[in-house]
Design a protein around this ligand. Structure first.
Ligand SMILES: *Cc1c(COP(=O)(O)O)cnc(C)c1O
Length: 359
């Protein structure tokens, strides 16, 4: 892809024809963006809002201030950034822009994040499954072999949910190089990983899309903000289809506040990765735990002889974990998010109790 193929890459040929032709909705804010003192163009309430902060005006549909800040944060140009109502919105838009229902197909690498398959189902797009290898690595040759001229999206989650491991970026690049479709690298957990980001691959491989979110390391799951980093033409197609005001002023203002406090995120990530490593050791020491998988994320996948009994036992003690035991390659596994030190201790105590013979 680096050379001639990169020059050949044309997202407008990959996208659905109706989307390329589409004339996007033109909002009041699109038709007038200069400075005025009296805004009588958007049917807003002129008096204010019944809240301490005023929200009576529509937000900037282009999210310019926020994109500049995020661009600086991530070291990418604002024109390479799409902002969505969570990265889940970006996943859905990728299907709606690039996948013709009942014609296009996508490739996922299970066990992986469930939303890819759900979004494919909603959009009536065939899902091809190329499982991770026994050692949970990306099967690049398998992906390349499963792709055909109708393959529009390949989802690679790195670090992967629910296995926790980061994928080899050379394999990701090899997949991108051998395909015309988009290779979507979901980096929801990248902040917890010592590995490098695929964001640096977006320029040499314009068919790579990197997804990030403020929901995990940034501690802002309730605000609903996700990012796609991609070729500016791919971004322009996503922008064409998104609802005009997909991020609220409430979310954008809080996010600007958060970006100003980035140091706090760095220290939380450090604390969480420390707690993760401690929790991994404590789990591994328990006789009831068969295996703890290495993690580049803020959760651990652990194997138990009887996962559903463990799950119910924990639930009776008010501790809820995620049962992933029915997923291929995750047989008998529970996924455990890293909690606070005291939450993790309560979990370990409960598992210890489960493992003790009953009196
Ligand atoms: C949690 C998660 C997301 C998050 O999505 P948001 O909509 O941004 O909250 C995306 N991808 C993966 C793999 C996740 O685990």
């Amino acid at each position: 892809m680096r050379s001639e193929k990169a020059a050949e890459f044309d997202p407008f040929k990959l996208a659905r024809e109706n989307i390329v032709r589409l004339k996007p909705y033109s909002s009041a804010r699109d038709e007038f963006s200069g400075s005025a003192r009296i805004f009588l163009d958007a049917n807003e309430n002129p008096l204010g809002s019944p809240t301490s902060e005023a929200f009576n005006r529509y937000p900037d549909p282009y999210q310019r201030t926020l994109k500049d800040q995020i661009g600086r944060l991530e070291g990418v140009d604002a024109e390479r950034i799409f902002l969505g109502n969570g990265s889940d919105e970006a996943i859905d838009l990728l299907f709606r822009v690039f996948c013709e229902p009942r014609t296009a197909n996508c490739i996922i690498c299970p066990p992986t994040y469930g939303m890819y398959e759900v979004a494919a189902g909603i959009n009536d797009v065939e899902v091809r499954r190329v499982p991770l290898s026994e050692d949970l690595e990306l099967d690049a040759d398998g992906v390349i072999g499963s792709a055909d001229e109708n393959t529009r999206l390949v989802f690679i989650c790195s670090p992967n949910n629910p296995t926790g491991n980061a994928m080899d970026l050379d394999s990701v690049a090899r997949v991108a190089e051998s395909m015309n479709g988009l290779v979507v690298v979901d980096e929801a957990y990248i902040h917890f990983s010592t590995g490098t980001s695929a964001a640096d691959l977006v320029e040499p491989f314009p068919n790579i899309v990197v997804l990030r979110t403020f929901s995990k390391a940034w501690g802002l799951a309730g605000l609903r903000v996700g990012i796609a980093i991609a070729d500016p033409r791919v971004i322009s197609l996503l922008n064409k289809v998104k609802p005009p005001y997909n991020l609220s002023d409430a979310a954008m203002n809080r996010l600007l506040e958060a970006i100003g406090n980035e140091q706090r995120v760095r220290s939380m990530v450090e604390e969480i990765t420390g707690l993760r490593d401690e929790l991994a050791r404590s789990l591994a020491d328990l006789p009831v735990v068969e295996r703890v998988f290495p993690s580049d994320a803020n959760f651990l996948l652990a194997r138990f002889p009887d996962p559903s009994a463990v799950y119910s036992f924990l639930l009776e003690r008010g501790i809820v974990v995620r049962d992933r035991s029915r997923l291929e390659r995750c047989e008998d596994c529970l996924r455990i998010s890293v909690g606070t030190r005291s939450e993790n201790e309560k979990l370990i105590d409960a598992l210890d109790e489960f493992g003790r013979p009953m009196k």
